[in-house]
Design a protein around this ligand. Sequence first.
Ligand code: ZN
Length: 134
Amino acid sequence: MRKIEHIGIAVKELAVSNPVFAKILNTEPYKSESVASEGVNTSFFQVGENKIELLEATNPESPIAKFIEKKGEGIHHIAFDVEDIILEMQRLEKEGFVLLNKEPKNGADNKLVCFLHPKHTNGVLIELCQEKAG
Ligand code: ZN
């Protein structure tokens, strides 16, 4: 784990939350992206060397819709930047953590990602992410 890459925040509506975070961070989102496989629209803000990712559900089955239904809007996950996602996945699985995906998958912002089951991480959803080459 090299650093916190970003913090993911579940929001009901990007149209409402983008301007809120633009005001807080005093910068506009540098990227908006949909991840169809996850049922989310995202927008990213750069904060120093870290990022804030806002996530909005695109359908009621989206993990973000379910999260908001259960807990309301708020911090959804913490993402750590890793050099080699396969190695980190193997290391953490050996340590007894449960990977929510067995293979790295395509995430937003040009990343390969893997999530750890929050049951074994004190309730914190943890995302590993590796910048895709090229
Ligand atoms: Zn994320």
